[in-house]
Write a protein that binds this ligand. Structure first.
Ligand SMILES: C=C(OP(=O)(O)O)C(=O)O
Ligand SMILES: [Mg+2]
Length: 427
């Protein structure tokens, strides 16, 4: 007899910014208990599925998630009791039908995703498999190259940098374990480089340093210096990825680099700026170099830069197949940032990834700037086999939880583990 869902329970917990978020427990009739916690973004795309918040100023300034929690227990739970947890796609479909809105605004994407992830974990436990193997099958052996955010700006830090994320990409390492070491050692070297120049080593939301710099470009220079100071080779062992998160500084028909005093730029001027940087620094990936509604700009941007670096769309696609499909038709990018809570169920996230695979696009499984200790995305990245994960600096518990889980998975896979060291965008 199949194991059945016997209990679905939710509670309000805190995320890494001290804001409330949803944790869901799914209990089965054989005593299995699984849980999952939902992350939360700050530089959110306009078309993301809705994160339901209470709006009651007396609790957490309106950011409470009591309504989402109640939706799990009062609306979703009764519909799932007695169901087989391995029927993930059906369960996700039924939750969507219960919600009935295009943006999940009735039940809340935070309520639905918590249930969706906890159901997957419960089913994996029943199958006697680690989550990555349950979701990815026997071929799930590829450890992702991490994108490690070591300098934070934009909406993630109160400093003078417009661009949100400057990341290390240790693509030249022989294994995930070594990649993590390259990243951690470069992170520590960067702290030394900053201190030596009298710059702040305080950190932003994702654990990267958040100094006040004279220009955005100075961040690339500091990172190259840090890679060398760590005894590693820039471009060969460790490269750079950028997420300017340009929607957050779009304005006046262009882009306002006002945090750094960099003036106003048109879409074409932004692309020229990136082209210059790509010539000067070992950059392999550029995410959201333009704003979410600048579709024509993205097409030109990809035509100009897409054969040199990976062009990743985050806010423009919001892990939504409708937007990704348009992006493929208009050649707006060559990769998609994948965030489970942008779309709100595990099944729809896998559909977005399937679309990328069909188009020959890459995909990067990603955390949010507001995270919890839940390491679901580590297993998910291995299961989906895309070979890339973005999950912050190699410090702060909520980021390190994902890296440490990837170390466990690599250990568990043993000789079968493959690090995507073939990741070479320029060849
Ligand atoms: C992780 C990101 O930030 P947030 O979670 O704030 O959207 C991002 O923009 O890629
Ligand atoms: Mg982004």
């Amino acid at each position: 007899m199949k194991t059945k869902i016997a209990q679905v329970y939710a509670m309000e917990i805190l995320d890494s910014r001290g804001n409330p978020t949803v944790r869901v427990f799914v209990g089965l009739d054989d005593g299995t208990l699984a849980q999952a916690s939902v992350p939360s973004g700050a530089s959110t795309g306009e078309h993301e599925a809705l994160e339901l918040r209470d709006g009651d100023k007396a609790r957490f300034g309106g950011k409470g998630v009591a309504r989402a929690v109640a939706n799990v227990m009062d609306v979703i739970a009764p519909a799932l009791l007695g169901r087989d947890p391995s029927r993930q796609a059906e369960i996700d479909q039924d939750m969507r039908a219960l919600d009935g809105t295009p943006d999940k605004s009735k039940l809340g994407a935070n309520a639905m995703l918590g249930v969706s992830m906890a159901v997957a974990r419960a089913a994996a436990q029943v199958a006697g498999l680690p989550l990555f193997a349950y979701l990815g099958g026997p071929g799930a052996c590829r450890l992702p190259v991490p994108m490690m955010n070591v300098i934070n700006g934009g909406k993630h830090a109160d400093n003078s940098i417009d661009f949100q994320e400057f990341m290390l990409v240790p693509h030249g390492a022989p294994s995930f374990r070594e990649a993590l070491r390259y990243g951690a050692e470069t992170y520590h070297a960067l702290k030394g480089v900053l201190s030596h120049r009298g710059l702040s080593t305080a950190v932003g939301d994702e654990g990267g340093f958040a100094p006040d710099l004279d220009s955005n470009e100075a961040a690339c220079e500091l990172i190259v210096e840090a890679i060398q100071a760590a005894g590693l080779k820039p471009g060969e062992q460790v490269a750079i990825a950028l997420d300017p998160a340009a929607s957050s500084f779009a304005g006046n028909g262009g882009y306002d680099l006002s945090k750094s005093g960099g003036g106003h730029k048109t879409s074409a001027q932004m692309t020229d700026l990136y082209a210059q940087w790509i010539r000067s620094y070992p950059i392999v990936s550029l995410e959201d170099g333009l704003a979410e509604d600048d579709w024509a700009g993205f097409t030109a941007h990809t035509a100009a830069l897409g054969d040199k670096v990976q062009i990743v769309g985050d806010d423009i696609f919001v892990t939504n197949t409708a937007f990704i499909r348009r992006g493929i038709a208009e050649r707006c990018a060559n990769a998609v940032l994948i965030k489970l809570n942008q779309i709100g169920t595990v099944t729809e996230t896998i559909e977005a990834i399937d679309l990328c695979r069909e188009a020959g696009w890459r995909y990067v499984v990603s955390h949010r700037s507001g995270e919890t200790e839940d390491s679901f995305i580590a297993d998910f990245a291995v299961a989906m086999g895309g070979g890339q994960i973005k999950t912050g600096a190699p410090c702060r518990g909520e980021r390190v939880a994902k890296y440490n889980r990837l170390l466990e998975i690599e250990h568990e896979l043993g000789r079968a583990a493959v690090y995507a060291s073939a990741y070479r965008l320029n060849t």
